[in-house]
Design a protein. Sequence first.
Lengths: 108, 888
Amino acid sequence: MKELTRKEEQVLLAVHHLQDEACLITICEQVFRYTGNRYSPGTIYAPLNRLDINGYIEARSGRNPEFASKKPIRFYRLTPKGHAALVELQKAYSRLWTGFETPAEEKI
Amino acid sequence: MKNENQAKPPFKFLRRLLPIDEIDDVDGCFEEMYARAVSQKGTGYAKRWILLQALKSLPGFLTHLIYWKLLMLKNTLGITLRNMLKNKGFFLIKVFGLASGVACGMVVILYVVNELTYDTYHPDHERIYRIANRRITEIGEFSGAETPGPLAVAIKEELSQAENVARVIPPFENSKHVLVTRGENRFFEKQVWFVDAEILKILSIPFLEGSARTALARPKTVVISAGTARKYFGDLPPLGRSLSIELDYDTGAAVTEDFQVTGVVRDAPANTHFKYDMLISMPTLQAYVPSLDQDWGEYHSKRTYVKLGRNVSPEAFARQLRPYSEQIASDFAKRVGKPMRLHEFFLQPLDSLHMKSNLTAETEPTGNMYYVYIYSFAALLILLIGCINFVNLSATLAAARSREVGIRKTLGGSRWDLVFQFLGESQIVTFFAFLVAFAFLSLLLRYFNRMAGTAITFQALGQPLVLGSLLVLFLVVGFSAGMYPALILSRFKPVSILKNQHMPGKQGNVVQRLLVLGQFAICIFMVVCTLVVFHQLTFMKGKALGFSREQKLILEVKSNQAYFRNNYEAIKSDFLKNGGITNATVSSSVPGEAIESGYYLQKGASFIPLNSKRLKVLTVDYDFIRSYGIAMASGRPFQKDVGNDEAAAYIVNEAGAREMGFTTQSVLGTVWTAHYHRKTKSVIGVTKDFHFLGLKDSVEPILLDIENSLLRTITLTLDTKRISQALAAVKETWAVHFPGVPFEYAFLDEMFGKVYQYEEQMGKLLAMISGLGIAIAFLGLYGMVVFYARQRRKEMAIRRVVGASTVIVALLMTRRFVSLVFLAGITAIPLSYVATSRWLQDFAYRIQPGFPVFAFAFLSAFLIAMAAVLLQTLRAARDNPVDSLRSE
């Protein structure tokens, strides 16, 4: 399996967390919640599209009743491949981080 | 809802820029984000934000666009070339038709630009003016490009608004033939001027050698053009050398003196009204005519040019000249005893002098807007014929391309995509046509220059104005020629085409037939115009003019005029001693040139300009009337043995008698005094009217007077059998009386031919253009018929199988085109009648364009159309029907 970039990883996680609500705008907000950075929709759209093309997520057309726009919007959800990738990632991270202790002064 | 409405414009913009497959993804998102931005930070911010988003996608949009357009261009080019190769004949007809039209268009653009850009090359030309005057006296009204000599001096000293002012004066009587000598090199020069040194600061006359500051300061110095320098000095450096120049200073007799060359300037360009070969310093003239700077009453030939300061309006400056006008008017009243009703100076902008000014004493013949219009119109017509050809052939050929259109449309091409493709194709063909046109142009220009007397070179194409108009021409031609076929082609419905239900060419029929009609109407129109011009010319040439012009040899005395005027009887008898000369006479002018001098005649024994009559004057000798074979209406011609005609007799023509207020009988014996020499003579005879200037204008009132001071030409009547011998003898006699003066002669009928030169130019040009137009129209029609015949092959074959004869079938095909030519005749003939009548109005003696002219024009168009159609249909009809029907 190809390694995902950091941004792709964040987007993939956001799609996972948002479940049925995952569309470009909500993903942007979710990523903001993770990282504290406001990425523009354009910045998010690129990894999102890449994930879509590579088959980690799939898109469907739908509406969010809370939105002002009455136009159909794309919603995303994980494919099995995407889910497997997340599982893989978690494992890799836990392997990476085993044995790492947070330094004392930052603990508080 | 309200929010959406507000948001519309930026969204539209954004949507245009986004790639089609992404719009659905992001459109809703953008609207949502926009709504949030509105609620959080206000509408203004939101609008700015959405615009910024749109701008961000611009670079991507552009690269995308250019990439695909280039790809399409490559495809279009390929398809165009493939189509060209497939239909070589049609393609050649299209390109050559268009190319001949475009070449004519180019020539006319060059001609018009040349005529309209006269004198615009001088720096600050918009501040340069020529001062002209208008004066109304008892005798009449005059407008002339002349000013009194002191005006320039006064302006220089008293009016600060004028930056520079200078006079330009030709050497009076012999201005058109100044004899210049250096050793063996002797020539008559035409463009010689006395100029103030300041003219060099007004007009652009760049020095190649010598210095503009000092060259014209001293008397007896001359500045010559580079061409003149080569003529007299060859490779020698001309500076400081001397030329011997014979000049008339308006003091009675010409004077020959040595002049020192103090400068060499660039040759005058073709597009200036002030052409110069030699510029002589003003102090030279001032030495002979001390009153030049003082005499306000003397206008003769003196032109004044002025360059105004910045921000000085010409009207304001003209107002400042009023005191001088008033002074002149009161001086005139004191001198003549009659008030001058009006005297005023006015300013003529330098760049308007060629086209818009037509006063007396212009420095060269001015341009004629009339011919600019006629030539432009003719070129437009031929361009139109070329374009129509293009349109028709493309539309006809469209049928063969219906499948391509069907496929393109099925694959997602929109109608406008197709329109652009076909427009692109027509631009490509136009491009080829332009290449061919440039090749034609060099040929055509040479011909045109010879006909119109212009000197336009190929290099003139480099001017920005010309390049600009060529670009416009290119786009307009490509667009107008391509638009209709593009619309036709793009309209095809893919379904009907691919199901083979399509009837090709049906929709375009009406328009196409109208276009063919237009083409033939233009052809008929032009043929009528050409015929009328030539008819009028032959009429004018054939009609009796009232004098004989056969075997007349004209010698103009350009030098040693004083000697000639005092001894003309002796010179004549010396010429007559040679064999082969039957007659000799002298006069002030000869047929074919305008008579410039005139007398004011006052009835009675003294001249007070009370109610004087103005008559053109021909000063002659005793032999003139007999020599030119002019008939008398009443009275007698001048006779040596009856009384003293030289001192006491006038002769007028019939028009002259009318002008004087008498009949041809009652005018005999009346006594008149002329303003010119204040001599009182009585009228002894009236000649029949003779057309000295051809039949363009009606006969002018002319007075014949025996008076030697204006004599200028010798007319010798030669014996037909011994012309070359006589010529040699004449040359010898000339050398005896005018030693050192070049022997130049002309035959009267050749000279007289120039009277109609503009009409002949126009006739030739029209003949060329209508010939070209007919050729193009013929080819176009031929091409169309080839295509129709190909399409209706089966129909013809079936008709023949059923029993129709070849001729019947061919006529069936011909019918539609015949009716077209008839309609074209019906539209063109009234139009051409109106146009030619308008042109003919300018002639005092004219033909009435009659039935034969129109019938001939119509028939020629008809026959040519028939030839185009029958050539093809007969062949198609004669084919063996089996060949056409076998395939199914």
